[in-house]
Design a protein around this ligand. Structure first.
Ligand code: LLP
Length: 426
């Protein structure tokens, strides 16, 4: 296998003869024992990424964007590294609670938090990010004590438009004048308004937009000092650091970007004549994405004049990102990594629509039914967004370390699919 492709895999990935080995366990063994599709998470990579981000923010708080992969065992592991959790629904909060998170480890998000969610957040004594005009009053009434205020400072991030959030007109947060009113209202009802929150988008191509956002945030903070006599003790800069899914994609190391963000905030706030706030981050993808590899089994190969189709036993139900965001993935033949990748193929999913193409264009050894494909950088927003389309059961996930694979989510069964059905005749 090409060394450049190996770099997309988790830190423990290596080639042993013809086999791809992850966390000391061969891909063939993982597939044999746990079936396919299977998402394999590398514990060492998760821990190393958590530590690096934590170190980069110094005394600041790092809350995992749970939406990237809500899994109790992964959440426990991240918590053991001192990482908190950002949750955006009662369901995500339930995952975080099951993993032991509480109090100021929790940051609660949402552009439409219902009363029950606010009450649950208050019961956990979580930090709630206010997102809309009357949310301060509603949060206080629910018993919430500590809040941040989400502001959109009008920066257009360079990423897919579906995951861009910091521009004016975004459904998230409020532009400066309204955000100031929200802060004033929150202070009036006695909330501890810890600071400000921004999140301009996900899978950001570079740091430029984030740097500009931090500068604008500092100037917004200065306007709050001048008009309200209030200044932020915390600047939560959200998530967004990009990762590499294929060899042509560029991404700067997340911990490096986190350190740059802290430095940029320090300079920007000092230049605005303000106390430098504590910097918080909410990385999702950059924590878990590179730690995950999906294994698929090839069930059919069609050599057509136009192209060669390699059909796998999953697709848009376990990874809808190619359809939603034009995401470009790559793959290797996990039990034939010693062979040259000689044939250009397209990897099709098993779903009943032509758009279900997992990888449009990739070189593999001449493909055969029964081959195992490994798709790197699939630890974020894959299982998290998986569906049961076509009555397909969602995959299992394992955590590998030192030659041992531990099941962290079992494969769904057909009984799971039928569980929510109502049989009126019954
Ligand atoms: N904080 C907030 C308030 C967010 O909305 C998000 C992501 C994050 C943190 C984490 O961002 P990350 O570090 O993962 O970029 N399903 C899409 C991504 C949606 C991101 C939504 N918000 C995808 O598959 O690309």
């Amino acid at each position: 296998m090409d060394a450049a492709v190996l770099e997309l895999f988790p830190a423990t990935a290596r080639v042993d003869g013809s086999e791809l080995v992850l966390g000391g366990v061969s891909a063939s063994e993982l597939a044999l024992v746990h079936g396919t599709p299977l998402v394999v998470y590398c514990e060492e990579t998760l821990r190393a990424r958590a530590r690096a981000l934590k170190t980069a923010v110094g005394g600041g708080h790092v809350a995992f964007g749970t939406k990237a992969f809500a899994n109790v065992e992964v959440l426990k592991l991240l918590r053991s590294e001192g990482i908190g959790a950002d949750v955006a629904s009662s369901g995500e909060l339930a995952f975080a609670r099951a993993a032991g998170f509480s109090g100021d480890e929790l940051v609660v998000h949402g552009n439409n938090k219902d009363g029950a969610f606010l009450t649950e957040a208050a019961a956990e004594n979580a930090t709630v990010v206010l997102d809309g005009p009357d949310e301060g009053r509603r949060a206080a009434a629910a018993g919430v004590r500590r809040v941040l205020v989400r502001v959109t400072v009008g920066v257009d991030a360079d990423t897919h438009e579906a995951i861009r959030t910091g521009h004016h007109g975004s459904k998230f947060g409020l532009p400066p004048a309204q955000a100031r009113e929200l802060i004033a209202g929150a202070l009036d009802v006695g909330l501890d308004v810890l600071g400000l929150h921004v999140h301009i988008g996900s899978q950001l191509a570079d740091f430029d937009a984030q740097a500009e956002t931090i500068v604008r945030l500092a100037s917004f903070a200065a306007s709050c000092r001048d008009t309200l006599g209030w200044t932020p003790r915390v600047a939560d800069l959200g998530g967004g650091f990009g990762i590499r899914h294929n060899v042509d994609e560029h991404a700067t190391d997340a911990a490096e970007l986190a350190a740059t963000a802290v430095e940029t905030a320090r300079t920007a706030f000092a230049e605005a004549g303000l106390e430098v706030p504590e910097v918080w981050l909410e990385p999702g993808r950059s924590l878990v994405g590179p730690a995950g590899v999906t294994l698929y089994r090839v069930g059919a190969v069609k050599q057509l004049p136009e192209r060669t189709w390699v059909a796998v036993d999953g697709g848009m139900s376990d990874n809808p990102r190619p359809q939603l965001y034009d995401a470009v993935y790559t793959a290797v033949a996990a039990a034939r990594v010693g062979e040259g990748a000689t044939q250009r193929v397209s990897v099709a999913g098993m779903h009943c629509e032509s758009g279900d193409v997992l990888i449009d264009d990739v070189f593999l050894p001449a493909p055969e039914r029964g081959d195992l494909l490994a798709v790197p950088a699939t630890g974020a927003y894959t299982l998290a967004m998986a569906s049961n389309y076509n009555g397909v059961t969602r995959p299992a996930a394992v955590l590998v370390r030192d030659g041992v694979a531990r099941l962290i989510r079992r494969r769904e069964t057909v009984e799971d699919l039928l569980r929510a059905e109502v049989d009126d005749a019954g």
